[in-house]
Write a protein that binds this ligand. Structure first.
Ligand SMILES: NC(=O)C1=CN([C@@H]2O[C@H](COP(=O)(O)OP(=O)(O)OC[C@H]3O[C@@H](n4cnc5c(N)ncnc54)[C@H](O)[C@@H]3O)[C@@H](O)[C@H]2O)C=CC1
Ligand SMILES: O=C(CO)COP(=O)(O)O
Length: 333
């Protein structure tokens, strides 16, 4: 039996994932903009977010949350982190009991510091929840480039069943039961993508980028483990894999934000000029609070926070980082 998919969110990643699942399963995508819905149904494109991409022709779009979720066997949340709660609350009355709910967003809720599957569990107790994550830049996947991802759920039987819904020849989906680690890997790497973007924008060099990625991995692993993630997850696709892809790609929106800051633009101006989300800007704020709460040293996050929110320059951040005492590789700093 083919599972029916209802996906909420018509941006670049939501549309990409819906186009992938439509190859395997009947899929409806909900977008709030009626023009997007019409464009997907009539022309099989979503040019605002995915210029030049052709979507799977069987993908159906809807303006109605009810129509999208009422018959779905799996719900996929494709809206940014700060909107997930509101959209899921709207969908809740129409979702059938026990249907799994899978998150695509890579961020933390700013008002509660919760991971997305925690938010889902709070709104929809009893539903199996999970996350699809990994090094998956939407714009590459659409043009038929191979990629690997992870579906993380506590229940391995459900994860295995969903593996075949999301997988296609060039999109290889592995399972993992460490939901906390996978979700934190995806959210935290965006901070370091801003950091490497800043370095690249300021022409700091390849060695600096590599140092930021490696020390970033150490930093996110420290917090991730303290919050309940498994060490091995952070060296897998959801951790190091996504960190490397995002930190070294000009296709990443978070890297783009950092790059523009490195070139001297203000955050306000950059955000104003973007029509897509860069989750790392808000995640940095939440992670600063979590670092204090869990008493974890996170020097890179702290310097990025000061640039984004305290008026520090990229040069201040660089100076701040090199002033840290260099100890053993296993220690902070
Ligand atoms: N684009 C990518 O390559 C990838 C993105 N992600 C994650 O997926 C999540 C979604 O990102 P994208 O689709 O890329 O973002 P996007 O910026 O391309 O699109 C976001 C979409 O959500 C919609 N939206 C925002 N708030 C809404 C609300 N309150 N109600 C209804 N719709 C709302 C917007 O209208 C837009 O269609 C983010 O958390 C991102 O980190 C994850 C993997 C890859
Ligand atoms: O998560 C992503 C790739 O795995 C997308 O990163 P950006 O949101 O920075 O574009």
């Amino acid at each position: 039996m083919k599972l029916k998919v209802g996906l909420l969110g018509g941006g670049s990643w939501g549309t990409t994932v819906a186009s992938l699942t439509a190859k395997n399963s009947p899929t409806i995508i909900w977008a709030r903009n009626p023009k997007t819905v019409q464009e997907i149904n009539e022309y099989h494109t979503n040019k605002k977010y995915l210029p030049n991409a052709k979507l799977t022709s069987s993908l159906k779009a809807s303006n109605s949350i009810k129509e999208t979720v009422e018959n779905a066997d799996v719900i996929v949340m494709g809206v940014p982190s700060q909107s997930l709660r509101k959209v899921l609350e709207e969908a809740k009355p129409h979702i059938r009991p026990w249907v799994p709910i899978i998150n695509l967003a890579k961020g933390l809720e700013i008002s509660t510091k919760m991971r997305m599957t925690e938010v889902i569990k709070e709104i929809m107790p009893g539903h199996p929840t999970g996350v699809l994550t990994g090094p998956n830049l939407a714009k590459e996947i659409h043009f038929g480039k191979a990629a690997a991802a992870v579906i993380a759920m506590v229940d391995n039987t459900i994860a295995k069943r969903l593996q075949s819904v999301f997988s296609s020849g060039l999109f290889r989906v592995y399972t993992n039961n460490d939901v906390i680690g996978c979700e934190l890997g995806g959210a935290l790497k965006n901070i370091y993508a801003i950091a490497t973007g800043m370095g690249d924008g300021a022409n700091a060099g390849d060695n600096t980028r590599s140092a930021l990625i490696t020390r970033g991995l150490a930093e996110l692993t420290r917090l991730g483990i303290a919050m309940g993630g498994k060490k091995s997850t952070f060296s897998g696709l959801a951790g190091m894999g996504d960190l490397v892809a995002t930190c070294s790609s000009s296709k990443s929106r978070n890297h783009h934000v950092g790059f523009q800051i490195g070139q001297g633009k203000s955050l306000e101006q950059i955000i104003d000029e973007m029509n897509e989300v860069a989750e790392g800007v808000k995640t940095t704020k939440v992670v600063m609070e979590l670092a204090k709460e869990y008493k974890i040293d996170m020097p890179i996050t702290e310097e990025i926070y000061k640039v984004l929110y305290k008026g520090n320059s990229v040069n201040d951040a660089f100076k701040g980082l090199i002033q840290y005492e260099v100890g053993s590789e296993k220690e902070p700093g």
